[in-house]
Design a protein around this ligand. Sequence first.
Ligand code: ZN
Length: 150
Amino acid sequence: MKFLCINCDRQMVFEERQFPGDGTLAAAFRCPECGRCVAILTNPMETQLVASLGVKIGGRTVPEQPMETVRGMVVTGKDNAFDDSGGRADGRTGGPTWTAEAQERLARVHGFVRGMVKRIYGDYARDHGIAEITPAVMDAARSELGLEEM
Ligand SMILES: [Zn+2]
């Protein structure tokens, strides 16, 4: 599995991989030229497909799991693409708040993808004029955005 930066026509380099232990896989690649990041997120079924293809992520074959389709997620951005702070680069304030239940669910998202997931939900809430993110909002965003495993 290789990722190419379309802007720079450079092969992206492997940066980080996580096997949280529940069968999911998350891996990040970065363009050495412009810093653009790509992350691939798979659920346990998807991880198995990657494994069945013999794909090596960061030099190690993915451990075996049950099977489904691979879904990739492309994130454009700079070094702070996976920023976990929840802050916005443009300095805007007054973004949606998170209920305790929503924050608890977010806390179950592993490692470096958490900031990205939080941003996706935050952007969804903003786009829909939602002031408070609840598990129900997360469910709606997931189905609307096709992010079933997040
Ligand atoms: Zn690039």
